[in-house]
Design a protein around this ligand. Sequence first.
Ligand SMILES: [Zn+2]
Ligand SMILES: [Zn+2]
Length: 270
Amino acid sequence: MVRFWGVRGSIACPGPGTMRYGGNTSCVEVRCGGQLFIFDGGSGLRLLGNELMKGGPREFDLFYTHTHLDHCHGLPFFAPCYDARNRIRVWAGHLKPDAGIEAVLGKMMSPPLFPIPMDIFTAKLEFNDFSAGESLVTHPGVMLRTGLLNHPNRATGYRLEHDGKAVAYITDTEHEPGRLDPNVLQLVNGVDAMIYDSTYTDDEFPAHKNWGHSTWQEAVRLANAAQVKTLVLFHHDPDHDDAFMDRVAAEAAQARPGTIVAHEGLVLRL
Ligand SMILES: [Zn+2]
Ligand SMILES: [Zn+2]
């Protein structure tokens, strides 16, 4: 089961124009093998946390693609961090060897940018840094493959496999026109669901070179080449309102039938 708590990139953008697709930034919940895996902790993480406080698992894993603010600023507002019964394993693959995830999140939660330091958390947090490209087995029967993405300050793509099913979470990443990224192809090969950074359209892309993002058309090209079952467009530009996203959805469904534009609250069962 995959549930989307935040589907937006760059900055949260609530308002009447984004009511249907949602305004919260990246956060995706995956449940498999009796475990909870969280991918990214953008503003959508707050909502997931409130849900978990109603009786969710006390032990789970939080994987960061990277630490740009839209992917980690939900942490101080994640209620499970303030409950001593919880044990949260935090993972990142983009910081070694120069830095570590604990220190980077600590920097975000330090005055005068934020009033309280991470010491305020009463949950047991365990921080793990790995190098994108490594495979992780955090629970028996669940395989997590990772790969380096093309993004300023680096980012990690993930492929989670369990019980013959696979889902790939690929954000944020920029493609090189005319050349499918081999790291991405490897991660998404044959997956049941590919969640992909579709910030721009191909028309918008040239004006945003080196901003570290991709397009929904590139998502289609990758999904076709890698024989992906269901393509899920993700990390929407905050300036793309519901009407714009409806147009993307219609064009994408024509280009690749079955393509889904992620919206807040979307649940996929693989
Ligand atoms: Zn982002
Ligand atoms: Zn980023």
